[in-house]
Ligand binder design. Structure first.
Ligand SMILES: Cc1ncc(C[n+]2csc(CCOP(=O)(O)OP(=O)(O)O)c2C)c(N)n1
Ligand SMILES: [Mg+2]
Length: 1011
């Protein structure tokens, strides 16, 4: 039977244009196949068929204007009519499926109420503020009995019920996210490691020694090199337990766990790699001397050690966010069916001081919301940062516990080492825990800078009960009472538990000592962080402290220590890594390239749009819609948007490819009936990040490095308000570059005067300059749709087919104007890519000539200005479209350098010179960015050079007024053009003076930078 496919509800739009017909008469189509593309002045959307069958007739043609209910095609339906009113709506269907799945999962994950075998222990009441200790004691006894008989879960349930009851009765229950200052995992529940503890300690000691030695040696040679010993000294056990027992490397059977190492602990990773035989002593000796090949980078930098480091972390706060979004992206790839779910984990090592960075905590809510149980944070709480204590008057561990618990994380505190276990077990009065709770970090730090006698006096001496607890211990015994982060048993138990946690991310908060083992020279003292030199006595102490088998002379020589290949230590360390699949860190890639789409996919962008006006942002969205039809490219595109899809006209993507949501869509969206309805789906493709540019950028980096972290090449395209790009997240962009991310950053609604109304905080006149600071960022400021197409295709080819380690920054604008056809000149394409080509020549009078160089929207002002000069002043000109001042400068610099270094060789010409060398007249260049943008090519132009630009604060107004204000409109182009020609004595100055009057330009107006 014949069905009519009508224009569906397209939201607020009427009379939208049909821009593409995607089917032919007689063609068999499937339900959901796109039939036509319609386009409003803001966005274009494909209309999918709601039937499958044969297209009988097509009722519209390109250029027609349609509204809701208009007939698009007739179709002979070859199956039962899919009556939308009878069918369960797709969203509802998803909803039911998701709910069923969630129920099932919950059932599986529900913890078994096992009876936990443990020694009978009774909780003791604390007497402070207790008006009836006897009653308290009875309650606690009852609770102890419940724990013993029915286990912790039952106890927890009862407590929850009691709290609820009290709340209902009106009791004001103070909120606390904190638990006592003791380990989260009770001794009875600690999973024991099956490793050989003695040999592991010996290995760890050697790693400690070699890590310190490499820093000391480097600084002995060149004191300016710097380096850190204290950070790794405090974290060695945390890393070693992971390396020996938990972190699985990438190999041909498994994708590998991803570890973000804390930047300042890099020497420890090198020292381990040395024992593993991956680095030699010569390389250790070139720590922080990277200029010659083979040097070891100061911190983790994939750019500098591309086969070793995976993640740049040393700029504090980036690591935690990058790790969260990496874990989220891993789930995205799994849910989209692009990689297998192998239970891989993302571990991120952080400093307690680092947690002060707003970015560090900035995305922890997302991690919990998205149930990232593949994510484990390890926060090394050595209580110190660079200058002093992290929280002298408080307790960083408790503070972090509260924050993470509040956000919904699984929190595991590893505070006390095993030597404390018997003391805690004997703490019948609760005074030990009370003292632990009351002592602040400043005191904890000071204690570890002193000795056992001091600890006895200051800590245990506080109450007689605690004094008694340690009365039989010597000062030495007290000094030996270790912190959790230095106890491999406690760390192992925490890692084991974290690895098995389901349904939430885990944070392990471990207490350690900064500069552990460094003695007087650097253990727990405020200057630890910067200690990089150890004198002979310090070194002797360090050797003895960790029983490193070196003679005094060897210590004096600061020799590295590496046992024989066949020693048990080396065999053990290698065997452990063998068991865990290989070495870590290691950076490899086995991703297959993506074949760039055929050129004709962009053909429609090379034709004139006629009178039709369009912005480059819209042209880009059109192009992406086309790319989503290319079978190679489509699945690999990762569109990333920080809550601006509608600004850029991308809402059509919601239906077409869906928004990624790990739980699918549990609700029927308000706009369900509309074509661009807000569709969330588990396998959705769009990463709709909400308002977090830093988060969106972290996603972009995760996707842009898929080729190494997941061995699958992906094409991230992150579209943002250009002002909220580099300026906002510059440090992430730098990290993305260091990581060798490949993908597109699109600075949409760009330009100081092109984004008219939004004003000072929105108008970008410098993002290209910021982009130019990143060496592997290739940036363009195109004006016309064909330029965009050529640039984008080349980007796909260079990055994703040829695997070049660059990324693209392209600005697109929201000003609508007609786009001409691509010039047929063969060199045009090369010019677009290299940065400039001649777009127009006015050559009628052959007397006086000027060269106009215009970029982005201001190119159009220059063309208009050139027309006026020709018509009204009989002045000829050549107009050049500058697609990238940045790329031209790079080329110019390289050529200039070559020429200077090779004075005897044939001198090369920069691309700028090749284009402008033989032309007549001075140069006037302009863009919608600061003058500095166009000034970049000044040294390579052997002519008089003048520039216009938008230096100064933006402000709200119309484009016309803004361009007048910043002096980049066609009138100023004409006036300045005449003035430049007068200055060059090519015309009389009166013409310029007249133009100033004619265009009502106030020559006494202050520079826009001063307004
Ligand atoms: C963004 C940023 N700001 C400042 C620094 C300089 N810096 C390096 S280490 C450090 C102290 C780190 O303390 P913490 O995070 O506690 O690490 P740890 O104690 O383990 O060394 C500082 C301020 C940096 N690396 N990155
Ligand atoms: Mg610290």
């Amino acid at each position: 039977m014949t069905e009519k496919l009508l224009v569906p509800d397209i939201g607020d739009f009427e009379n939208v244009e049909v821009i593409e017909i995607l089917v032919k008469e007689g063609q068999e189509i499937e339900k959901n196949d796109p039939v036509v593309t319609i386009e409003s002045d803001k966005s274009s959307v494909e209309v999918p068929s709601i039937f499958s069958g044969k297209v009988d007739s097509i009722n519209v043609k390109v250029g027609d204007k349609v509204s809701k209910g208009d007939l698009l095609i007739n179709i002979t339906n070859n199956e039962k009519i899919s009556d939308l009113t009878k069918e369960v709506p797709k969203n509802t269907e998803n909803l039911i499926k998701e709910a069923e799945k969630a129920l099932e999962l919950e059932k599986k994950q529900r913890p078994k109420l096992e009876k936990i075998e443990k020694e009978k222990s009774e909780i003791q009441p604390s007497k402070d503020g207790d008006i009836d200790p006897l009653e308290t004691s009875e309650w606690l006894e009852s609770l102890s009995a419940v724990i013993e008989k029915d286990g912790n879960h039952r106890a927890h349930y009862l407590i929850k019920e009691l709290i609820n009851k009290a709340y209902m009765e009106g009791a004001n229950i103070p909120y606390t996210q904190n638990t006592p200052y003791i380990n989260t995992i009770p001794v009875s529940e600690e999973k024991k490691s099956n490793g050989d503890q003695n040999i592991e300690r010996r290995i760890r000691s050697l790693i400690r020694w070699n890590a310190a030695a490499m820093v000391v040696r480097a600084n002995k040679k060149f004191p300016e090199l710097g380096g850190h010993i204290g950070t790794f000294a405090s974290a060695a056990t945390l890393y070693d337990v992971g390396m020996n027992h938990f972190w699985r490397a990438k190999n041909n059977k498994f994708g590998g766990d991803l570890i973000y190492f804390q930047g300042h602990s890099a020497p420890g990773m090198y020292a381990r790699a040395y024992l593993e035989g991956r680095l030699n002593s010569k390389q250790l000796d070139s720590f922080r001397q990277e200029v010659n090949p083979g040097g070891l980078s100061s911190y983790p930098h994939p750019w500098l050690m591309p086969n070793f480091w995976q993640f740049p972390t040393v700029s504090m706060g980036l690591g935690p966010m990058l790790a969260i979004y990496q874990a989220r992206y891993m789930k995205y790839l799994i849910n989209r069916g692009l990689i297998k779910d192998e239970g891989r984990k993302v571990w991120s090592f952080l400093g307690d001081g680092e947690m002060d960075e707003p970015e560090s905590l900035g995305a922890i809510g997302l991690a919990a919301r998205e149930k990232l149980d593949n994510l484990i944070f390890v926060i090394n709480c050595n209580l110190q940062r660079l200058d002093g204590p992290v929280r002298g008057n408080g307790k960083i561990i408790q503070e972090l516990e509260g924050i993470f618990r509040g956000a919904g994380w699984n929190v595991i505190k590893v505070i006390w080492g095993s030597y404390w276990d018997p003391l805690l077990a004997n703490d019948k009065t609760g005074h030990l825990v009370k003292t632990m709770n009351e002592t602040v970090d400043g005191e904890y730090q000071a204690m570890k800078a002193r000795n056992g006698a001091y600890v006895r006096e200051k800590f245990f001496g506080k109450y007689k009960e605690t004094q008694e607890l340690v009365s039989s211990l010597s000062d030495k015994d007290i000094w030996r009472l270790n912190r959790g982060g230095h106890d491999p048993h406690k760390v192992y138990a925490a890692y084991d538990k974290a690895s098995k946690n389901i349904g939430s991310p885990t944070v392990i908060i471990a207490k350690t000592i900064k500069g552990y083992g460094m003695g007087k020279s650097g253990e727990s003292v405020n200057t630890t962080h910067q200690t990089k030199k150890l004198d002979v006595d310090d070194l002797m102490y360090y050797r003895d402290r960790f029983d490193v088998p070196l003679t005094d002379q060897q210590v004096k020589n600061i020799e590295y220590y590496k046992p024989d290949q066949n020693s048990p230590e080396i065999k053990y360390i290698k065997d452990r890594r063998l068991q865990l699949g290989g070495f870590i860190p290691e950076r490899t890639t086995y991703a297959k390239p993506i074949k760039a789409p055929p050129k004709d996919i962009f053909d429609n962008m090379k034709e004139s749009t006629g009178k039709k006006e369009m912005s480059t942002t819209m042209a880009l969205v059109r192009m992406l819609t086309n790319l989503l039809r290319d079978k190679n490219v489509a699945p690999r595109l990762v569109p990333i948007i920080p809550d601006e899809a509608r600004t850029f006209g991308m809402e059509g993507f919601f239906q077409k490819v869906g928004i990624y949501a790990h739980e699918g869509q549990k609700y029927e969206p308000e706009d369900a009936a509309q074509l661009s309805s807000y569709r969330e789906e588990k396998s959705g493709q769009v990463l709709e990040e909400g308002i977090t540019e830093a988060g969106a950028m972290s996603s972009w980096i995760a996707a842009g490095t898929s080729y190494t972290n997941h061995d699958i090449e992906m094409i991230p395209i992150y579209l943002f308000y250009s002002m909220f790009g580099f300026q906002r997240i510059g440090d992430f962009a730098w990290a993305g570059a260091d990581s060798q991310s490949r993908g597109f950053l699109i600075g949409a609604t760009a330009g100081r005067t092109t984004l008219a109304g939004e004003g000072l905080q929105h108008q970008d006149g410098h993002s290209h300059l910021m982009a130019s600071t990143i060496p592997n960022c290739v940036s363009y400021d195109p004006t016309f749709h064909y330029e965009l197409a050529v640039i984008f295709r080349e980007g796909l080819k260079r990055m994703h087919e040829k695997k070049e380690n660059v990324f693209y920054y392209i600005t697109t604008m929201n000003e609508n104007y007609p786009h001409p056809a691509m010039p047929s000149d063969k060199s045009c394409e090369e010019g677009i890519l290299r940065g400039m080509y001649k777009i127009k020549e006015f050559n009628k009078f052959k007397k006086t000539k000027i060269q106009f160089l215009g970029s982005g929207t201001i190119l159009r002002e220059m063309i208009a200005g050139a027309e006026i000069l020709q018509k009204e002043y009989q002045i000829d000109s050549e107009v050049w479209s500058i697609t990238s001042f940045n790329e031209l400068r790079k080329d110019g610099l390289e050529v200039e350098r070559y020429n200077l270094l090779n004075p005897d060789k044939e001198q090369k010409k920069s691309f700028v010179e090749k284009c402008l060398g033989k032309t007549e007249g001075p140069v006037l260049a302009a863009s919608d960015y600061m003058r500095m943008n166009s000034d970049q090519i000044r040294p390579f132009v052997n002519k008089s050079f003048y520039s216009l630009g938008t230096d100064g604060f933006g402000r709200s107004d119309t484009r016309k007024n803004l361009r007048k204000f910043f002096e980049v409109d066609k009138e100023h182009v004409v006036t300045y053009g005449l003035s430049v020609l007068a200055k060059e004595q090519l015309i009389a100055s009166k013409y310029a003076t007249e133009a100033v009057k004619k265009y009502k330009i106030d020559p006494n107006k202050p520079m826009p930078t001063k307004l």
